[in-house]
Design a protein around this ligand. Structure first.
Ligand code: GLC
Ligand code: MG
Length: 571
């Protein structure tokens, strides 16, 4: 037996090592670079003008090259495509337009070989109306009768007609209830009528959805982005009726989603319960199968207080990453102070409680960054989103400065989200290298000869180069030490200049200075140290490797953003 003192010594040594190795206290997802792929638009391998899994597989090296830790794919499952895959008819089948299960397995295998994780979109709130479950539910087949939210509606004594059970309006406008002729009842759909809501108060539904998670983790998936989380549960009284929602005052149009305050159709207790259940299941799975943390990312346009509960509440743990959309509300006029307010909106509430942060700058539902804020702000935002502590979440094409593309509407109903979903711009060849076919499902940007991967690879200060520079910095110990005391600071140091510092306290410090405005900004005595320019926005008059004495007056040109490196300490 070892002498007692020696045992104590070993124990102390283990403790000591554990607490000083900064990186070991940060799990893979906590400082990850996440990248969203819209599979229809990333890379087409078979010339039909629609992106597919083999296309993604052929571009995995690119993800590695630009420093992506994990990519999340918008839905790739069998779907009639009423909402481009967010209307799933079979949750464990790959849609033929994207490929086969074998293609999927090949994609995962190659991604893992390269060290890139794959996250799938999990759409639990609803299925397609063409899903077998819904068809069985219409026919009241055994076990499926209560799979969806069905209601008789309210009989109007005057007209003798049935009216919807409540005044609820769907996210895409119009009633949240649609009459089904065959079953002679209304069904609930928070989104399109072709997306009936599953009833999560039914344990059978929960079992089925857990089986979906199991199917995909068994195939090696590293996590899930959960779609439309707040919409999972609805308020139903014990007597089976549904309460009307109060008018919000935000809109005059009673058919618009903004017309009501969604106190009975968003963020209900049932929703939290199922999110905790999924996390519990995946944590157990992780231990059982010796896997890295399987991450749950929640899409929830909710208040930070609610998001905090989605992360955890007491002993209940839920999503690790409730998406933080604060930065998406910035626009072309936003100042450094506005940036600070958005950042504080998260850091004041979530950080003290959970020491976790994530920053989303774009997705397939909102205008692209370059369109929202201006082309000249793209690099500034790239420095911001990767410069802040935590997880960065970007959308394909933002790294090369893609903007919305005006799409022509020829159909009766046109998707107003098409402009931010156009094909990825790979090179200067036909269709920007996205497809070899005659046409593409959405037009390629007319600006693709300027903004594309191949061209930007050759330019030292391109958006792509800045993106890569930032993701490389995320790998340094200074950037990974964000949970240490003084590991980071952020502030608007003038109305227009936003500053972030990152340090591991004993070796390096980085300082990111971003001028959001169109004036030259002079800064006086920022710190008693000399630093060096390591990353520069295109129009910066400075050069890589130039030294700058921060105790003196320094300046930033309009929209200039830079990263400086120096020794830690000595302010
Ligand atoms: C999410 C998706 C969006 C989809 C909706 C319904 O908000 O991001 O694209 O239309 O959910 O599934
Ligand atoms: Mg294809």
């Amino acid at each position: 037996m070892l002498p007692r003192v020696l045992l104590i010594y070993i124990a102390a040594l283990l403790l000591y090592c554990g607490s000083t190795a900064a990186e070991s206290t940060v799990d893979w997802w906590e400082s990850a670079t996440l990248y969203q792929i819209y599979p229809r638009s990333f890379m087409d391998s078979d010339g039909d003008g629609v992106g597919d899994l083999n296309g993604i597989t052929s571009r995995l090296e690119y993800l590695k090259e630009i420093g992506v830790t994990a990519t999340w794919l918008s839905p790739i499952f069998e779907s009639p495509m009423a909402d481009f895959g967010y209307d799933i008819s079979n949750f464990t089948k790959i849609d033929p337009s994207f490929g086969t299960l074998a293609d999927f397995d090949a994609m995962i295998a190659k991604a893992h070989k390269l060290g890139v994780k794959i996250i799938l979109d999990f759409v639990p709130n609803h299925s397609s109306d063409e899903c077998e479950w819904f068809q069985k539910s219409i026919r009241r087949e055994d076990g499926y009768d209560d799979f969806y939210v069905w209601e008789d509606g309210i009989l109007n004594a005057e007209t003798d007609e049935r009216e919807p059970p409540s005044n609820w309006v769907s996210v895409f406008s119009g009633p949240m209830w649609t009459w089904n002729q065959q079953r002679q009842q209304y069904y609930l759909h928070q989104f399109l009528a072709k997306q009936p809501d599953l009833d999560f108060s039914n344990p059978m539904v929960r079992e089925h959805m857990q089986a979906v998670l199991k199917f995909w983790v068994n195939r090696g998936v590293d996590g899930f982005r959960i779609d439309a989380v707040p919409h999972i549960g609805e308020k139903r009284f014990a007597n089976g009726t549904y309460p009307d929602e109060p008018v919000s005052g935000w809109s005059d149009n009673s058919n618009s989603y903004d017309y009501h305050n969604h106190i009975y159709t968003k963020d209900q207790p049932l929703t939290l319960e199922v999110v905790y259940e999924w996390r519990k299941y995946l944590d157990e799975y992780k231990v059982l199968h010796g896997r890295d943390t399987i991450v749950l990312i929640a899409e929830a346009y909710s208040s930070v207080e609610v998001l905090s509960d989605y992360i955890n509440n007491g002993s209940h743990v839920g999503t690790q990453i409730p998406m933080n959309f604060n930065l998406m509300y910035l626009n072309g006029y936003s100042t450094a102070r506005n940036v600070e307010d958005s950042v504080r909106g998260w850091m004041n509430t979530i950080w003290p409680k959970h020491q976790s942060a994530n920053w989303v700058v774009g997705n397939h539902d909102n205008d692209r960054l370059a369109t929202r804020m201006g082309q000249h702000k793209v690099d500034l935002m790239t420095m911001l989103v990767h410069g802040l502590p935590g997880t960065s979440v970007t959308y394909y094409g933002e790294e090369i400065g893609m903007s919305n593309v005006a799409t022509e509407c020829t159909a009766i109903y046109c998707e107003d989200r098409d402009p931010e979903r156009t094909p990825m711009q790979w090179d200067t060849s036909k269709h920007a290298g996205f497809s070899t076919g005659p046409t593409t499902w959405l037009p390629v940007s007319p600006a693709y000869k300027l903004y594309n991967v191949a061209t930007e690879r050759g330019v030292a200060r391109s958006s792509l180069a800045i993106f890569k520079g930032m993701t490389q910095l995320k790998e340094t110990s200074a950037f990974k030490s964000f949970k240490e005391p003084n590991g980071f600071t952020f502030a608007a140091i003038t109305e227009q200049v936003f500053q972030i510092t990152r340090t591991d306290s004993h070796s390096e410090e980085y300082r990111i200075l971003i001028n959001m405005g169109n004036n030259i900004e002079y800064l006086h005595g920022l710190a008693k140290k000399t630093m060096e320019y390591v990353l520069l926005s295109p129009h910066s008059p400075h050069s890589f490797g130039d030294k700058v004495d921060l105790s003196q007056r320094i300046y930033l040109m309009p929209y200039e953003a830079v990263v400086l490196r120096g020794d830690a300490g000595s302010y």
